[in-house]
Design a binder for this molecule. Sequence first.
Ligand code: SAH
Length: 389
Amino acid sequence: MVSYPVITLKPGKEKSVLQGHLWIFSGAVHSKPDELTEGDIVQVHSANGQFLGVGHYYPGSIMIRMLTSKPQYINLSFWQEKIHQAYRVRKYLGIVDKPNTNAYRLIHAEGDNIPGLIVDVYANNIVLQIQLKGTAKHTSDIVEVLRNIYPDVESIYVMYSYEEGKNEYLLGQTKQDKTIIQENGHLFYVDWENGQKTGFFIDQRENRKWIAEYCQNKNVLNAFSYSGAFSVYALRAGANLVHSVDSAKKAITTCEANIELNFGKTDKHQAVLADCFDYLKTIDDQYDVIILDPPAFAKHLHSVKKACMGYKQINLQAMRRIRKEGILATFSCSQVIDKELFRKIIFSAAVDSGRKVQIIHQCTQPADHPVNIYHPESEYLKGLILYVE
Ligand code: SAH
């Protein structure tokens, strides 16, 4: 047994915990010690005193995030067990030793049964995103385990995403503009210090391959382009021309650098600094392939309605203007918009556009971003590749 402070649940509220769901909402809690502070480790008991596991406490609506269902202390050996398990899975799936890809997600928070922790590997660099104050207390144990698994690691950068601006290197130093990763043989600069997410959207790796299949001899619009990764794939696949559009100047600079890294100077690509909502209204019928990969329009349930309108608007504009026999690849990474709702939004845009639309691929997140079946919230990325007649 362990000796952490005890939180007791209301009768019947143990059911989802026993099934492996990792969040316990405040409404399920019957009693807790008064002196708990954010991020404290607690043990959770059912109303009749059954031990259910160990987790982090937070004074919010998600009150406990479960770390283990075993009576164990959260120490170095706990982290060894958890991180090695995630590594074993990636190794087993062939993700760790891929010949042309050296960027992957090692730990996908709840998807890997580790709430509050994301770990991305970029060649010989590791970027941690610590999402919870409780997880931050264990950073040195986590880093020790990572250094053991990756003895050749050159830098470890930690982003504390629960607290603005508190990021640091725990190993090595910045060599940002020289860090180049390979993804399916394509090259990219990764900027974890100033970029979005941990620097790169690893989660689109498989979907980029699908879309590239349709780009040969085509005019391609990559809207919300960020690093320009979809554009690099499209050009490599033989596109006639590719336009990358993003409203962030930094994204445009990175995109241009990535194009040059792969192709040198080329007049087949143009990066455009613009708001995609406006840009899409001006495109006439110049594109055969349009990629829409916007940021999460909804981060919370209360913004779902507005987000739906945003998704519908960009998809409607694209469907109205895409060339005959066009390919529209459309994505949403809003976790609160599930794939059924997303499909309804696209349906509604298709109806309003008056075009005939067929779904040819249904996209999701790759194997290194697994969905924990007991914790469906770990599913967030969905996409549809559409044939527009
Ligand atoms: N497709 C990219 C990831 C896109 S992330 C990839 O494969 O890596 C979303 C991008 O949308 C960000 O770069 C952000 O700067 C950009 N963005 C957000 N709102 C925008 C808007 N209204 N118009 C254009 N770009 C926007």
